[in-house]
Design a protein around this ligand. Sequence first.
Ligand code: SAM
Length: 276
Amino acid sequence: MQIASHSGTKAILEKYDIHARKSLGQNFLIDSHVLKKIIRAPNITSDDSVLEIGPGIGGLTQALSECAGQVLAVELDGRLVNILGEIFKDCSNVEVIHSDILDFEIPTHINKVVANLPYYVTTPVIMYLLENFCFESITVMVQKEVAQRMASNNKKKDKSYGALSLAVQYHANASIAAFVPPNSFMPRPQVGSAVVHLEVLKNPPVDTDKGSLFANIKAGFGQRRKTLVNSLYGAELYPFTKEELAAIIVGCGFSENVRGEELNLSDWAVLTEALK
Ligand code: SAM
């Protein structure tokens, strides 16, 4: 039986008398087309050891176990951990762990992450994975707006572009693998979703001090409508006068009235070096 289907999910929820917990972001995937797109984006093969965050009732876990060498599934809800243990008892390549993903020590042999993430904790989980581990790729279902922010490079001057886009770009090449409507889940969420695929970079794409870079980016996006010179001056990160900051910005080749949202990651790195 395919779990990630309307009938499969309904049968399991009824059999185990499970009511989805909204507080844990439990919206189970019931659309096999979306499932295929999630699996296809990272090209999972039997050589891969995959970490799944939040397996729920196992819809995605089942699909992963059919193509990956190993699936390590980390679930916070103890009720579901027991059920998953029963569902996958004969599946030798699936291991289910009861833990909060943010407290779990991820083994070093894991090379890919795949998840339909609980939306309440999306950004902290993605940043935790990007900043602390070296995976080949991370493929996650997230809220549509978050996916657009993660994947924006501002080439089209879109409103999604911001500090999260730059934080993701520092670690990975991001692309949207699929847009997913609310009726692909049970229960239906209020918002649209999207699958984001991150190909993790071996080295950062820019060469500058990371702490200073992101302190500048945070200041630059703090008040989007302000010019960069006013944002940086207001953030009091440097002992420069407004005129000195303006001269540095112009010296980097940007207009005196440039806004933070007009700079790409390389521009931010150039500015960070100039502000040193
Ligand atoms: N993977 C399943 C699917 O696609 O149908 C369920 C996805 S559901 C959106 C998110 C799952 O993450 C839920 O099962 C929830 O209990 C679990 N979860 C929530 N917070 C978690 C955390 N901090 N660590 C691990 N799992 C978590």
